[in-house]
Design a protein around this ligand. Structure first.
Ligand code: UD1
Ligand code: MG
Length: 450
């Protein structure tokens, strides 16, 4: 039997943030989400989250996460005090308790599985993850013999100068035999620099206590301040890019691009410098993205080219070309082979196959048929100050440069709109619509005299 407890009650004072530390985002997912997902494959019988500081906000952020039991720690008097709150809900649970710090988000599932396996094979009372860090400042130090037996963990601030030279550090990830832990939890004392109850003190009370050293020290990076947050972001970004390179994506300048967990790429995608993919964006085979583009919750088909553009909550079918300097806003849906050019904004509008909006346009709340050619500077005037209205343009229609279509308005198929027209009335299929002042020419015009 396995129970998992994640410690997420602390304030995170060193972050200097209004947001509880465990809700800080890292590559699109919060720290606590990452920690929870790192032990999903272990399929624990119980999952407990210890909340305290801004407990409601933390609980709310995880409302979609099923099977999670929230345990309140009030006030927050240290990691040992946090785990003491489990005495009642876990009661006489028979099995192992995996304790994870909510601010250690880079752990791999395999590492946690290996910890559990080692713990069960050795029959230890506690097995904890450790790592040798080049700079262990701030971490608890693990004192162990050559056989992996731990005698104690001493927090950085409680260490003597000599103890600080030990760079074997505590990851904040532990596997306990719950019965044995429950027996010693009430004995914790606050005789340390912070005057708190430390979970790490239970290690000296339990025998045998063992540690497992991780191979990749990056995995145990804890986040206590913004510098560590940035370091972890860099590690995650590196992992994500390497993963997608292994899947057949070319990054011309990997370090200049950021991804999120939800990003998906097909094969032979080329990502040029300075591109950012957020949320659950998917990019199909053979696309060329960038340089300089931001895609957020975007769905992009195959063989699409996007240059210096922003695509958010929008769908772009195969064969389209976007940019440079285009913005596809939420609800923009482009069918195959569309072309959206420079300084064009499209919002909540559908473009039929092969349609083109090449220059300087705003298309909002519109439905364009196939092969529509929107002339330079065409604007759909969709907003009357209170309501948004729809514009419909039939297949094969062409709008002249600088035309304004005042919605609600419907243009039939194969309509031609003269340049500079402001149209307020519907136009039937096949018609030419002109709505501009007639040109006046006065020959031999004399300038007024002074
Ligand atoms: C802790 C460990 C340290 C280890 C480091 C690894 C202790 C005493 N020290 O130190 O040995 O090297 O993690 O990152 O455990 N929390 C609560 N309730 C509290 C206090 C904290 O739930 O009353 C939670 C925090 O939200 C956080 C986690 O416990 O997610 C760790 O707390 P933090 O204050 O960051 O401990 P560290 O000083 O990093
Ligand atoms: Mg910490």
């Amino acid at each position: 039997m396995l129970a998992v407890a994640v410690l997420a009650a602390g304030k995170g004072t060193r972050m200097k943030s209004d947001l509880p530390k465990v809700l800080q985002p890292l590559a699109g997912a919060t720290l606590v989400e990452r920690v929870l997902s790192s032990c999903r494959s272990l399929d624990p019988q119980r999952q407990l989250l210890i909340v305290g500081h801004q407990a409601e906000r933390v609980e709310q952020s995880l409302s979609a996460h099923s099977g999670l039991e929230f345990v309140l720690q009030q006030p927050q008097n240290g990691t040992g005090h946090a785990v003491q709150q489990l005495l009642q809900p876990l009661g006489d649970f028979e099995g192992d308790l995996l304790v994870l710090n909510g601010d250690v988000p880079l752990l791999r599932e395999q590492t946690i599985a290996a910890l559990l396996e080692r713990h069960r094979a050795s029959g230890a009372a506690v097995t904890l993850l450790s790592a040798r860090l080049d700079n262990p400042t701030g971490y608890g130090r693990v004192f162990a013999d050559g056989e992996g037996h731990v005698s104690a963990i001493v927090e950085h601030r409680d260490c003597s100068e000599a103890q600080r030279t030990n760079n074997l550090t505590n990851a904040g990830i532990y596997c306990f035999n719950w019965r044995q832990l429950a027996a010693v939890l009430p004995q914790l004392r606050t005789d340390n620099d912070q005057g708190e109850l430390y979970l790490t003190d239970t290690v000296a009370m339990l025998t045998p206590a063992m540690h497992l050293e991780v191979a990749d020290a990056d995995e145990i990076n804890g986040i206590n301040d913004r510098q560590q947050l940035a370091q972890c972001e860099a590690v995650i970004q590196d992992r994500l890019r390497r993963h997608w390179m292994d899947e057949g994506v070319t990054f011309v300048d990997p370090a200049s691009c950021t991804l999120s967990d939800g990003t998906r790429f097909g094969r032979d995608v080329v990502v040029e410098p300075q591109c950012h993919f957020r949320g659950s964006t998917s990019v199909g085979d053979g696309c060329r993205i960038g340089p300089g583009s931001l895609l957020e919750n975007a769905s992009v088909g195959e063989q699409v080219e996007i240059i210096y553009s922003v695509v958010r909550e929008a769908t772009v079918a195969s064969g389209c070309a976007i940019g440079p300097y285009a913005q596809l806003r939420p609800g923009a849906q482009l069918a195959e082979d569309c072309r959206v050019g420079n300084f064009v904004e499209i919002k909540k509008s559908r473009l039929g196959r092969g349609s083109k909006v090449n220059h300087l346009s705003y298309i909002g709340d519109a439905e364009l048929g196939e092969h529509v050619n929107v002339g330079a500077g065409t604007i759909t005037a969709n907003y009357d100050g209170f309501n948004k209205h729809r514009t419909v343009i039939g297949a094969g229609s062409k709008t002249g440069a600088n035309s304004v279509l005042v919605a609600p308005i419907t243009l039939g198929a194969n309509v031609t709109v003269g340049a500079g027209s402001t149209l307020t009335k519907d136009v039937p299929a096949g018609a030419l619509a002109l709505g501009r002042a007639k040109q006046l020419v006065k020959e031999n015009w004399q300038l007024p005299q002074a």
